[in-house]
Write a protein of this length. Structure first.
Length: 591
């Protein structure tokens, strides 16, 4: 399928700088939530948006040569047979560097380990600089892969174009990506005082990062075979998808897991897709081709590609094509599906039987377009993001946050003594559901078309401009209640802890006393900068609590017993606090 980005698989990759979903351990154990690490990644990406990295293009790097495809393929074969070992002799011809200049570019023979580390850094900077220079000076030869939608069209579309120039440049880019990835993986972490990944942030551009990822996927999933070309057929190479059956099985299992309403026709189509593609009789989108060849990039691109493939292999809805935006939800028949990072995906993850599969939440009920009609197709939600507080920012705590009420008459010395007295710490009693409370009933999804401002200038006029504001209807205590999702909050799964940990008695009693039931949320606004708890222990309560957070613009910690593992009261409160945790100041206490 694909591999998440981390410092071991793709060192120096820029993917996590733009797409949190591409990182390992981003998603939480509960549907529609993220992990603590995921929250930190979200905060980091938010900070990086205002601190764009500059990439160097030193003038001393020579331009890359125009090599024939035979030499590039021979190099790819060699790298595969050598198990992708570093070879500084053979790469000189690939880079167009003479032996007399090899040492100045870092490809000389080192005498010590320290010199080898210095040389490898120079090699990495040389390869990156040559790629960047070629991409800028000749963009038609080396297109920017970070903004290229599909890749198999560059490999399989030679016959229709009548030229192998695009194929040669694509194979060349894959060769350079592998050469670069080999050296970055072998570069020791201690060779740079700023840290392993930071060594290459100024030279590894998004294009180069994507090149490395695609190169690894290509070498693992695609075999290049030489074939005899006819007079009217310029194709010298054929490409075999080694893992196409695994890719097909992935689509089938995904469709089963999300309750795809066109399961039978999708299965019949995808099972024969590669056979028809190999025979030249297929009518498939390039999304499907990329998927069959295992060339789907991680993160939001993988999520988007998977649903695009499922739509394309379902003849009934194939006319919908792929989603125009990564955040599009999908409505088909009586079902809807929402990306896990959208407001509806995060809120509806609170439903008791919500399914979270490959970044999608579904099947959910089909929404009703106000005033009263159904819709089929892709839907883009209109909701604003919320500022993310810096995690683990220690600040001076007020005495009120410890539970000391104003007017108690206690001196500062007495309060300090109380906080320091171990006898004042207790293991709090867990919250209990509201007595005789009726279950909260989820009634449906509403969508309201939002007018497009005339002043908005779209970069791509072919993309749809319509956006919809979502609202959810509930029956709470036998009364109809509607929550409008104005914002897109983050819900963080509270990690499990071992046993129960003590809390300062007054603080614990204050939080338990001030806990709010779900039936009291409508019109409730908590004290600013103080942790508060939503008691969502009743049936159907959690999704209401999440909807309230989306309406009022609040991130929250979701504490739920998952597979017998749970977070204790003290740890959940501390995780939500600004002094010891993420600073979201809200805990949804569910089960």
């Amino acid at each position: 399928m694909t591999i998440p980005v981390n410092d071991n698989t793709y060192p120096g990759s820029t993917f996590p700088d733009d797409d949190c979903e591409s990182t390992e351990l981003y998603a939480g154990k509960i549907a529609g939530t993220i992990s603590v690490q995921g929250y930190c990644e979200e905060y980091r990406v938010n900070v990086l948006k205002d601190a764009a990295l500059s990439h160097q293009t030193p003038a001393l790097y020579v331009a890359l040569p125009d090599l024939p495809a035979e030499k590039v393929v021979a190099r790819l074969y060699f790298l595969g047979e050598s198990k992708y070992q570093e070879d500084n002799e053979g790469i000189l011809e690939i880079l167009g560097i003479s032996r007399s200049d090899a040492k100045s570019f870092g490809f000389g023979t080192p005498n010590t380990k320290a010199e080898a580390a210095v040389n490898r850094r120079k090699q990495i900077e040389t390869i990156c600089g040559m790629i960047t220079r070629t991409t800028k000076e000749d963009p038609t030869r080396f297109p920017d892969l970070s903004v290229t939608r599909t890749f198999t069209n560059r490999l399989l579309n030679v016959k229709s174009t009548g030229s192998d120039a695009l194929l040669r440049s694509s194979l060349y880019q894959m060769c350079l990506g592998i050469e670069l990835l080999i050296r970055i993986r072998q570069q020791p972490a201690g060779s740079c005082s700023r840290g392993f990944v930071a060594c290459y942030r100024d030279v590894v551009t998004p294009n180069i990062s994507t090149m490395m990822l695609l190169a690894r996927l290509c070498t693992h999933n695609v075999d290049i075979n030489l074939r005899e070309a006819g007079k009217d057929d310029p194709i010298k190479y054929s490409f075999y998808a080694k893992n196409h059956q695994r890719q097909i099985d992935g689509v089938v299992r995904f469709a089963e897991a999300i309750g795809w309403p066109y399961m039978d026709e999708a299965r019949a189509s995808i099972e024969s897709a590669y056979t028809h593609l190999s025979a030249g009789t297929a009518d498939l989108s390039w999304d499907v081709c990329d998927w069959l060849y295992g060339l789907s990039l991680p993160g939001k691109i993988f999520r988007h590609r998977l649903m695009a493939v499922l739509v394309d292999v379902s003849p009934t809805v194939r006319h919908l094509n792929a989603a125009p935006y990564f955040e599009n939800g999908l409505c088909v028949k009586d079902n809807s599906y929402w990306p896990q990072n959208t407001a509806l995906g995060r809120v509806l993850g609170g439903l008791r039987h919500a399914r979270s599969v490959a970044g999608w939440i579904g099947p959910c009920p089909a929404p009703r377009i106000l005033p009263n009609r159904r819709m089929t197709g892709w839907i883009r939600l209109n909701c604003r993001s919320i500022d993310k507080s810096a995690p683990l920012v220690r600040s001076t705590r007020s005495w009120e946050s410890y539970g000391f009420m104003g007017g108690s008459g206690e001196s500062t010395t007495q309060m300090i003594d109380a906080v320091g007295d171990i006898g004042e710490y207790i293991v709090p009693e867990p919250l209990a559901p509201r007595m005789n409370a009726t279950p909260c009933m989820f009634k449906g999804i509403n969508l309201e078309l939002i007018p497009t401002p005339l002043s908005v200038v779209e970069e791509d006029t072919t993309l749809p401009k319509e956006t919809y504001r979502a609202s959810l209807d509930f029956e709470i205590s036998r009364e109809p209640v509607r929550y409008t999702l104005y914002t897109n909050p983050l819900f963080v799964s509270a990690p499990p802890c071992v046993g129960s940990h003590p809390s300062f008695r007054r603080e614990a009693q204050m939080h338990l006393r001030d806990a709010v039931y779900v039936s009291q949320l409508k019109g409730f606004y908590p004290t600013v900068n103080r942790v508060f708890i939503i008691n969502a222990l009743g049936e159907g309560d959690e999704v209401v609590a999440r909807a309230w957070c989306a309406e009022t613009g609040r991130h929250a910690i979701v504490r739920r017993d998952v597979l017998g593992e749970e977070c204790c009261f003290s740890c959940a409160v501390e995780l939500a606090s600004a002094e010891y945790g993420l600073g979201v100041n809200c805990v949804i206490w569910s089960r």
